[in-house]
Design a protein around this ligand. Structure first.
Ligand SMILES: [Mg+2]
Length: 220
């Protein structure tokens, strides 16, 4: 059996931050020059890719990094209100018990991710948290990880809730499990051709177990 390194996206995949993030981005709308979204519009946005959302929001691409930093700062004040995705903790414990390594690659801040994990007594489950500052650069972080840890592409699996997670995994040529409980709808996720599309955290366990059986290079 070959154990895997399973890399998770954070927001929407492990932590239920979406409503809080919507509230924060709406609060900052006037200041950053875009129109706040209603709940109904938010439901429609979930059918768009990350690039389309940014385009439609009308926010200047130059203001985007400042907005992201500001959102992180505001989120830090609200970490106490953030819940985990239901069933995710149990699935992660099981995956770790099976000998897999778990890590996080997030465009949120490392500090926010740590604070939220600590609150739910989950920080021990992860070997690392890598935080990237760009919205579309996760494949670079993943590639760096593969090099640093001397891993083959088939030893790493990425789990994420957005279309841009699928794009990153495909660029890094690693398998991607898309989850339907996060930001994007299953329909748009499916149109990006993820390797797997799941609707409950427990489905992860079977997928990883099946992948472990596929004769990869054994690790000592
Ligand atoms: Mg996400």
């Amino acid at each position: 059996m070959t154990n895997k390194l399973i890399i998770f996206d954070f927001d929407g995949t492990l932590a239920d931050t979406l409503d809080t993030l919507l509230k924060i981005t709406n609060r900052l709308a006037l200041e950053f020059g875009y129109v706040p979204a209603t709940q109904e519009e938010f439901a429609l946005i979930k059918n768009l890719s990350s690039r389309e959302i940014i385009k439609q929001s009308g926010i200047s691409i130059f203001k985007l990094p400042f907005l992201l930093r500001r959102v992180e700062k505001e989120l830090k004040r609200e970490v106490k209100n953030i819940n985990l995705i239901s069933g995710i903790k149990e699935a992660l414990i099981e995956l770790q018990n099976q000998g897999n390594q778990l890590g996080i690659v997030t465009s949120n801040s490392e500090e926010n991710a740590r604070l939220i994990l600590q609150q739910h007594e989950m920080q021990e489950l992860f070997d690392f948290i890598y935080s990237g500052t760009t919205l579309f650069g996760k494949h670079r972080i993943i590639n760096k990880l593969l090099r640093q840890r001397n891993l083959q592409n088939n030893e790493v699996i990425y789990v994420g809730d957005e279309t841009r997670d699928i794009e990153s995994a495909q660029k890094s040529e690693i398998k991607i499990v898309s989850v339907s409980w996060g930001f994007n709808t299953p329909e748009i996720l499916a149109s990006y051709n993820p390797d797997f599309l799941i609707h409950h955290p427990r489905e992860l366990i079977e997928i990883i177990a099946n992948l472990q059986g596929l004769g990869e290079v054994p690790r000592v």
